[in-house]
Design a protein. Structure first.
Length: 180
């Protein structure tokens, strides 16, 4: 009798464990789906994964919009193709990955290239992704096209310089004429 009761208790515990695990798996599946929809549907941010060597592993709509590559054209290619030749020659893309792997994250603003060869000003964040045993699994990379903001800042700066120049010119023109 005692043995049968213990067996029944174990059976109930296993069933409860299976029900709990199933509920957790459903929550995880829903959470992953929300994440996929959020990242996949983001048009303003290029959000993609790199493998530990720097090859593109995933690609979202924003990446396609900003960089001009379709997923089937870029997955498996090294991410250095987004950089100007000087940056590649100086080893900058690899440097970014090394820093991200060492400290967990790397952020930069600079020129990047689209598929058609045109340059755009980008804000880039690279985050290292580690598994539960601490092994590097790759990198999450988020890129935002900041070209328009940079253009506006340059125009504002130019306007400020012009205003200062005109104020100085006005002062210089008024001063010599003051005694007359």
């Amino acid at each position: 009798g005692e043995r049968k009761a213990a067996h029944e208790q174990t059976k109930r515990a296993v069933q409860q464990e299976l029900v709990a695990r199933s509920a957790l798996e459903d929550d995880l599946r829903r959470s992953e789906e929300k994440f996929r929809l959020l990242v996949g549907g983001s048009r303003d941010y290029a959000v993609f994964m790199l493998d530990p060597e720097g090859k593109v592993a995933t690609w979202n709509t924003g990446a396609e919009n900003i960089k001009g590559y379709r997923a089937d054209e870029i997955i498996g290619e090294h991410f250095s193709r987004f950089y100007p030749q000087e940056a590649i020659e100086s080893g900058f893309p690899q440097y970014e990955l090394e820093i991200a792997a060492r400290v967990g994250r790397f952020e930069d603003e600079g020129w990047r290239l689209r598929k058609d060869g045109s340059a755009f000003w980008a804000n880039v964040i690279i985050s290292a992704v580690f598994d539960s045993s601490g092994e590097l699994r790759g990198f999450a990379k988020v890129t935002r096209d900041m070209t328009e903001r940079r253009r506006v800042e340059a125009l504002e700066h130019g306007e400020r310089e012009m205003t200062e120049f005109l104020a100085m010119l006005g002062h210089e023109l008024r001063n010599p004429l003051a005694p007359i």
